[in-house]
Structure formats: structure tokens, C-alpha cells
Ligand binder design. Structure first.
Ligand code: BG6
Length: 522
């Protein structure tokens, strides 16, 4: 039986009881998607359990999914619905961002989850899946709207897409019933493989049906970057080579490679984070204002940035690998001693680079980027360092060189900080750097959704703005490929070249020092 709007509103009111805060009033536009089925491939895997299913549960809990919503979980294990649901409940208890669980919401969510056993190479099995989904639509009132979510191994993406095509699961119906596919990262291993995969995807789905995930784009603070830049008149005039000295973007992680040794050996920091998360941040910082916030207008501007990026792989890129050390007062092994890692591995766990963006806005402004595992802390930050005044009136009065700085903290402690020189109270003319700080948590006093919640909701709504388009992915590989190729022919630095718990190899400091800059202490 359908739940009435009043009953739903009642549910909504009884669960969400946030403290009153004028800053957030009228902010959240609640958009409930069409009745739909999410068909999740790789449903027994880590990503599904840690991220995708918890995100769906939270969307359900906060009434952002339609009443006629179903999750068809596909995996190879011989589970029945109850066993699978019990596993999901256990994972939610572990990974849900809000605990304790809302058991009322779980009680109404669980019956909407069904498990379907399928081997990805079983063509007849996909045909059966197609009939089962049609029967399912008839039974549950979901008019053929389907989101295929590929949370499987990347090596299985092409096969899965081809199977969906063979079984006609991509066909959108005239009378309604959309079909979309969400593809997780990594999208390809290099430019050639990304192109091949794009070709395979393109044989089955139109580009408008394809949603390539980079979960950084779903983070609240990354989305706020667009609002900050294009929703305020005061920053945009200062966002160019005339005022900006250089930009630093850091994606630092204190964790190692966890249990992903085999994956990471094939990936390294350049493929794992530089090619996607870091380059996405660069393009959002550097892009021109789009004419509208329509997905293609936004992505057109990001692609222009990627096309204009240049770097000299031999001189402007530094790689590193961590040795043993201490992180957060815990002794940790070096990368080469991690499970699944070759004891003589030359895989990089750190990369730093200087990019230039050859366009009118940014010509001559260095963009320094770095990412690494086993750094002292988890911190993602964009720092815009402004030029000094043309004539220093207070030369000897102690203005520290880190004034004139705007720092956007993506995570944790999400917020924005402006650092400038101010006169110390007193009779002299003593000047010091001070900060103005906006902190998301305390300003809005509200829980931010996880990136996966935002992105899944957008995909269900048909909004692809926060997903990467075919040309974006290929342009990004076009930047990273020459770096990896250069490393393949050059002799590797002596790895390990940084201690776990330090800020990376000395060469990363030298990269900035040679231009009179230094990495910001985060
Ligand atoms: C993933 C990488 O894409 O992003 C991981 O594969 C990395 O290696 C993770 O740890 C970082 O994401 P977040 O959201 O924790 O910053």
C-alpha cells in the first residue's frame, strides 16, 4: 500500500529534529526522484557495504527516495534475501555515518532490498535478470526506471556493460522508463585503456546515460567551491594571475594502503588520486564561470582547464614512497612491507607536481599539487596565495609571509580561512598575521551528507553535473600518462624516500623552494 504524503511528512517531522539555525533555513531543497530500481553489481563487495548501501539507507531514512524504491543487489555468492539483508544490517552498524541506526527506517528499507545471484560471464543469466526486472517493475510499480551501479572490479566493467547491452537492459522505453549506468573509479588504467572502455560503454549507452563517479565532486565543500566562487561578487575579481601568486592543493592521508596492496601496486598515487580527485580540484579552482549550471556547461569549462594544463614530467614532478615511521603515535611499517606489496616495489605512494595553466586567467601562476599516503594527517586543502603588495610600507615590521592567503579546507574541519596582516594593538606599528575563519560545522550546525548520498541522488534525478564526462576522463589521463611514461624510462629515486609520518620526500620541498615558495604547513 502506498504511504500517504501526510504519513511521509509525519515520518520526516518525527525523525529530523535539528536545532533551529537561521543560516540553514530554506537551504535544503528536498528532491525525491522518480520511482526507480537501483541494480547494484558487486553488492557483496567492500565499496557496496561501506559506501553505496549506507548512502541509500541514509537517503531512505531522510525521505529522499521515492516510496516505490527497490534495490536489487547482484553478486556471485549464493545468498538468499534474508542472509544478504542481515549482512547489510551488520555493515550499516559498522559504517553508517549516523549511529545508532534508525531501526524504524531500516524496517521499512530492508524489504525493498532483494538479492539476485549472477555470474558476470553468464549471458543467459543476464537475460533472466532482464525478465526478472520486468516482472519486478510490474509487481512494485517501478515504471522501468533503472540505475545500474557498477561497484564491481574495474576489470569487469567492460564485460558488465556488454552483458547489459546483450540482454537489452540499456533500452529506454518510449512510454517512460530511463536507464542509467554509474561507473566507479578507476576509469581505465591509462589513456588507451580509458579510451577502450569509453568505446565499449559508448556501444551500449549514450553519453547522457553514463555517470562516471569521482566521489570528491560529491563532497559538500567541493560543491561549495562553486558557490563560493560564482555566488559571491567579491572573490571572482581577485581570482586571476593579476592577484594570485600561486596555488597549492593538498590531498594528504595518514592511512597507508590498508588491505589494498595488490590494487595499489598497479595504481600508485598518480593513478589513484592525481588523475581524478586532484585534477578535479584543479579544474574547479581554475575554471571560467559557466553560463549556466547545466551539466554540460559546467563540464565544458572544466575540460578547457584540463586542456590548458601543462607540466614538465622530468623536472616538475616528484614521486615518493614511504618507509617505516610513526603516524599519530603509532609505529607503522614501510610500504614495501605491506601485505600484497613487492618488497622491491617502485610504486609511488606520494606525488607532487607543478602545473601551469596556459590561458589568459592563469598564465604564469604555478599550481602546486601533492598527494600521499602515510603523511602526518588527513587533510585536503586548497590554498590561494595572493601576491604581496607592490610596495611594502611595513617591510621590517614582521608581516609573516603566509598572510594574503585564502585557504579552503575540504576536509576535515571543513571551512574557509582568510589570513591577512593586522596591526598589533599598541603604540608601535607592529603587524602580525591574523585569521578569519568560517567553519561549516559550527555555522550551520547540521550534518553534511556523505558524497555518495549526493551523487546517487543526483544520478537518480538525472543530474550529471557532478559526474565526469568522457572527454574529461581522457584529458585527465592525457596529463598523467606522460608522467607515468617518463618514470617508466627514468631510473627511480631510491625508495623509500620519506618516512611514514613526514610530509613526503625532500624533493617535494625543493620543487617549490627553487621558485621561492614553500608548502603551507597544514
Ligand atoms: C579513493 C582512493 O578514491 O579516495 C583511496 O582510491 C583514497 O586510496 C580515497 O584513500 C580518499 O577519499 P577520501 O574521501 O577519504 O578523501
Amino acid at each position: 500500500m502506498k504511504e500517504s504524503r501526510e504519513a511521509r511528512n509525519g515520518r520526516r517531522a518525527s525523525r529530523a529534529k535539528p536545532a533551529r539555525n537561521v543560516l540553514r533555513e530554506g537551504l535544503r531543497l528536498e528532491r525525491v526522484p522518480d520511482p526507480s530500481v537501483v541494480v547494484l553489481f558487486g553488492a557483496t563487495g567492500d565499496l557496496a557495504h561501506r559506501k553505496v548501501i549506507p548512502a541509500l539507507y541514509h537517503l531512505w531514512r531522510t525521505n529522499l527516495l521515492p516510496h516505490e524504491f527497490r534495490l536489487v543487489a547482484i553478486g556471485r555468492r549464493p545468498y538468499d534475501d534474508d542472509t544478504f539483508r542481515a549482512e547489510i544490517l551488520a555493515s550499516l552498524e559498522r559504517y553508517s555515518r549516523v549511529l545508532p541506526l534508525d531501526l524504524d527506517a531500516w524496517e521499512s528499507f530492508a524489504p525493498r532490498i532483494d538479492y539476485h545471484r549472477l555470474d558476470f560471464d553468464d549471458t543467459a543469466g543476464f537475460e533472466k535478470l532482464a525478465s526478472a526486472l520486468d516482472a519486478y517493475d510490474a509487481e512494485h510499480g517501478t515504471p522501468g526506471n533503472r540505475l545500474y551501479y557498477l561497484a564491481a572490479q574495474p576489470s569487469q566493467f567492460a564485460e558488465l556493460i556488454a552483458q547489459l547491452g546483450r540482454a537489452g537492459l540499456d533500452h529506454e522505453r518510449h512510454e517512460g522508463g530511463w536507464r542509467r549506468v554509474v561507473i566507479e573509479k578507476p576509469f581505465g588504467h591509462d589513456l588507451d585503456s580509458a579510451r577502450r572502455l569509453n568505446r565499449e560503454v559508448g556501444k551500449v549507452f549514450r553519453e547522457s546515460q553514463v555517470y562516471r563517479i569521482d566521489h570528491y565532486l560529491g563532497k559538500e565543500t567541493v560543491r561549495n567551491l562553486l558557490v563560493f566562487r560564482f555566488g559571491n561578487g567579491i572573490f571572482e575579481p581577485l581570482w586571476n594571475r593579476r592577484y594570485v601568486d600561486h596555488i597549492q592543493i593538498t590531498v594528504a592521508e595518514s592511512i597507508g594502503i590498508e588491505s589494498r596492496g595488490a590494487f595499489y601496486e598497479q595504481t600508485g598515487a598518480s593513478r589513484d588520486v592525481l588523475q581524478n580527485h586532484l585534477l578535479q580540484l584543479v579544474s574547479l579552482v581554475a575554471m571560467e564561470p559557466p553560463a549556466t549550471f547545466e551539466a554540460n556547461a559546467l563540464r565544458d569549462e572544466k575540460v578547457k582547464v584540463l586542456r590548458a594544463i601543462s607540466t614538465d614530467p622530468a623536472n616538475d614532478v616528484v614521486r615518493g614512497q614511504y618507509g617505516p615511521g610513526w603516524v599519530a603515535a603509532t609505529q607503522v611499517p614501510g610500504y614495501r612491507a605491506e601485505d600484497g606489496v613487492d618488497p622491491a616495489s617502485e610504486t609511488e605512494t606520494f606525488v607532487a607536481a607543478k602545473f601551469t595553466i596556459d590561458d589568459w586567467r592563469w598564465s604564469g601562476v604555478p599550481f602546486y599539487v601533492r598527494t600521499g599516503k602515510r603523511l602526518p594527517k588527513r587533510a585536503t586543502e586548497i590554498a590561494i596565495q595572493y601576491r604581496e603588495v607592490p610596495h611594502r610600507l611595513f617591510e621590517d615590521e614582521g608581516v609573516t609571509p603566509d598572510a594574503n592567503l585564502l585557504a579552503i579546507r575540504i576536509q576535515p574541519d571543513e571551512g574557509i580561512m582568510l589570513r591577512f596582516g593586522a596591526k598589533v594593538p599598541g603604540l608601535g606599528l607592529d603587524v602580525r598575521s591574523v585569521t578569519m575563519d568560517f567553519a561549516y560545522g559550527s555555522a550551520f550546525n547540521v550534518d553534511s551528507p556523505d558524497a555518495y548520498e549526493t551523487l546517487i541522488l543526483d544520478a537518480l534525478q538525472g543530474d550529471a553535473s557532478l559526474f565526469t564526462r568522457v572527454d574529461e576522463v581522457e584529458e585527465a589521463w592525457g596529463i598523467v600518462d606522460p608522467i607515468i611514461d617518463t618514470w617508466a624510462t627514468a631510473s627511480a629515486p631510491r625508495f623509500p624516500n620519506y618516512d611514514a609520518g613526514s610530509w613526503g620526500p625532500d624533493a617535494a620541498d625543493a620543487l617549490l623552494e627553487r621558485e621561492g615558495h614553500r608548502w603551507r604547513r597544514i
